[in-house]
Write a protein that binds this ligand. Structure first.
Ligand code: ACO
Length: 331
C-alpha cells in the first residue's frame, strides 16, 4: 500500500482564566517563589473554574481548530484525546467531544499516555491518516492536572496546571511537509516512580483509599528527573536518526514542559542553541499531554511557524514512557 503524507492544518489552545502564582502557594504551603522558580522554572499555572473538565476545554479547542481550518466537522474521521483526567472512567471523553463538535462520522478514543500522550496520539493519528482510511483527525490533549495533586505535598502540587491544546491533521497524497517520523519507547519497571495508587482495579476506591490520600499523585522526583533527561536526549537522537536529519537542520525543539531544568539539561547535552529550544513552563506549569501543543500554538500565533519550519517534539512521562516526533510545518 502506498502510504500518504500527514500534515498539520492548524493548532489551538485553551487555558482556564484563573491564575495561581507561586506567591499564592506561599500563603498555605511551606514553599517560596524563589525555590519554585529556581528548581522548576514555574512562576504561575492555570486552575480550572468550577465545572470545567477535560471535555469542556477540548470542545473549546476543537471549535477553534474547525473555525481556523474551515474543515467540516462531518469530515473528521477520528477524535483522539490524550488525557489522564478523563471526564469519566468510561465512556471515552473523546466521544463526548466529538458529539458536541458535530463530528458525527468520527470515532473517538482517549489515550492514557500521561506526559507522552500527545506524541502517542500523533503516532496513532499518523498511522490512521497514512493509510488514507481517515481524511482528518482532531488530536487534543486535555488535562485537569490540578485535581490530581495533594496540596499538602509541596514537592508535587506546585508543578501542575490545567490546559487543553491540539492540532488538526490531514491526510494528503504527497507533500514536502508533515510528519516525517516518530520514535516511541517505554520501560515499565519504573512504574512506581510516578503513579496514582488507588482508583484502578488493583486498589478500587474505598473510604480507606480516600482517607490515606491514595488518589493523589505519588512521585520520586529525583529518579523521574534523571530518567527524563536521559530518555529525552535519546528521543531526539533516535527520531532524527530515523528521518536521517542532522540536528542542525531543526528550527525548533519543543519538549514536554515538566521542569525547565530538565529541558535545559537536555539542551546542553545535545548542544542545541538556546533560541531553538521553546520553553513556556513559567506560565503554565506541567499540563501533561497539553504541554507540547500549547507550545506549538504559541509559536504558530507568534508567526514563527512558516511552511518548511522543521520541528522536533520530544517527551517523557509516567511509566516511564518517552518519544520524539519530527514534523515539518505546512500543508
Ligand atoms: N518548596 C520548597 N522546598 C521544597 C519544595 C517546594 N515546593 N519541594 C520540595 N522541597 C524540598 C524538599 O522537601 C527537600 O527538602 P529537604 O532537603 O529538607 O528534604 C529539598 O527541597 C530538595 O528536594 P529534592 O526533591 O531533592 O528537590 P529537587 O531539586 O529534586 O526538585 C523536583 C524537586 C522539582 C520535584 C524535581 O525533582 C523534579 O522536577 N523532578 C522531575 C519530576 C517531574 O518533572 N515531574 C513532573 C511530572 S512527570 C512528567 O511530567 C513526566
Amino acid at each position: 500500500m502506498e502510504l500518504r503524507k500527514v500534515v498539520v492544518l492548524g493548532s489551538a489552545r485553551y487555558v482556564p482564566e484563573r491564575i495561581m502564582t507561586n506567591h499564592d502557594f506561599e500563603k498555605f504551603l511551606d514553599t517560596t517563589d524563589e525555590w519554585i522558580v529556581q528548581r522548576t522554572g514555574i512562576r504561575e499555572r492555570h486552575f480550572r473554574a468550577e465545572g470545567e473538565c477535560a471535555s469542556s476545554m477540548a470542545i473549546t479547542v476543537g471549535k477553534k481548530l474547525l473555525a481556523q481550518t474551515g474543515v467540516d466537522p462531518k469530515d473528521i474521521g477520528l477524535v483522539i484525546l490524550p488525557t489522564v483526567t478523563p471526564d469519566y472512567m468510561y465512556p471515552p471523553t473523546a466521544v463526548i467531544v466529538a458529539a458536541k463538535l458535530g463530528c458525527v462520522n468520527a470515532s473517538g478514543w482517549d489515550i492514557e499516555g500521561a506526559c507522552a500522550g500527545f506524541i502517542d496520539g500523533l503516532y496513532t493519528a499518523w498511522s490512521a491518516l497514512a493509510t488514507g482510511d481517515v481524511k482528518y483527525v482532531l488530536l487534543i490533549g486535555s488535562e485537569i492536572m490540578t485535581m490530581t495533586a495533594d496540596y499538602t505535598d509541596r514537592a508535587t502540587c506546585v508543578l501542575f496546571g490545567d490546559a487543553s491544546a491540539g492540532v488538526l491533521l490531514k491526510s494528503v497524497d504527497e507533500s514536502e511537509y508533515g510528519v516525517e517520523g516518530i520514535y516511541l519507547g517505554s520501560d515499565g519497571t519504573h512504574w512506581k516512580s510516578l503513579y496514582q495508587p488507588a482508583g484502578g482495579c488493583v486498589k478500587p476506591t474505598s473510604h480507606e483509599t480516600i482517607e490515606k490520600g491514595e488518589h493523589f499523585m505519588k512521585m520520586e522526583g529525583q529518579s523521574v528527573f534523571k530518567q527524563a533527561v536521559k530518555t529525552m536526549v535519546t528521543s531526539i537522537e533516535r527520531v532524527l536518526e530515523k528521518t536521517d536529519t542532522p540536528i542542525e537542520d531543526i528550527d525548533y525543539f519543543i519538549g514536554h514542559q515538566a521542569n525547565a531544568r530538565i529541558i535545559e539539561s537536555t539542551r546542553r547535552k545535545l548542544k542545541i542553541p538556546e533560541e531553538k529550544m521553546y520553553v513556556n513552563i513559567d506560565r503554565y506549569g506541567n499540563t501533561t499531554s497539553a504541554t507540547i501543543p500549547l507550545c506549538i500554538d504559541e509559536l504558530r500565533e507568534a508567526g514563527k511557524l512558516k511552511p518548511g519550519t522543521q520541528l522536533v517534539l520530544f517527551t517523557f512521562g509516567a511509566g516511564f514512557v518517552w518519544g520524539g516526533a519530527h514534523l515539518v510545518w505546512g500543508s
